[in-house]
Design a protein around this ligand. Sequence first.
Ligand code: ZN
Ligand code: ZN
Length: 133
Amino acid sequence: MTGGCLCGGVRFEVTEPLVSASWCHCTRCRRRTGSSASPNARIAPGSLRIVSGEELVRCYQPPDGFAKCFCSECGSQLWSRSPDDPDVISIRLGAFDDDPGIRPMWRQFVAYAAPWDPIPDDGLPRHDEGRPR
Ligand SMILES: [Zn+2]
Ligand SMILES: [Zn+2]
C-alpha cells in the first residue's frame, strides 16, 4: 500500500495489512484536520516506510496524546505516533493512494463531535471518550 501528501514531497508505503481503523471525533482531530472527524488506521509495528521526503515530515507533539505528523511543505496530515512507543502509528486514511483494504470499525470521542455534522447512522460502535482497551 502506498500513499503520500498533497504536494507529493512525502511518499510512504505500508508493508503489512492494516490492523484496525476508526473515526476520531476529538477536538484535537477536528482542529488538526479542519473537518468534523479524522479517519485513521493503525498499522502493524514497523510496517511504515517513508519512501521519499522524510526531511519534510514534521510532528507536533501535544502535551498529552499522540504526536501529529504532517508534510511541512503542503500541510497534509499523514499519521500520528505514540509518544511512548514510536512503533505505534495510525495513518490518516485519506493519505492512501488506493483503497487501504480496511473500513472504520468504531467511532471514538463522540461526546466532542462537531454539532454541524451529525454522526451518520452507520451501526458502528460509539465511544463517548477513547475506546476502552
Ligand atoms: Zn507535501
Ligand atoms: Zn482524535
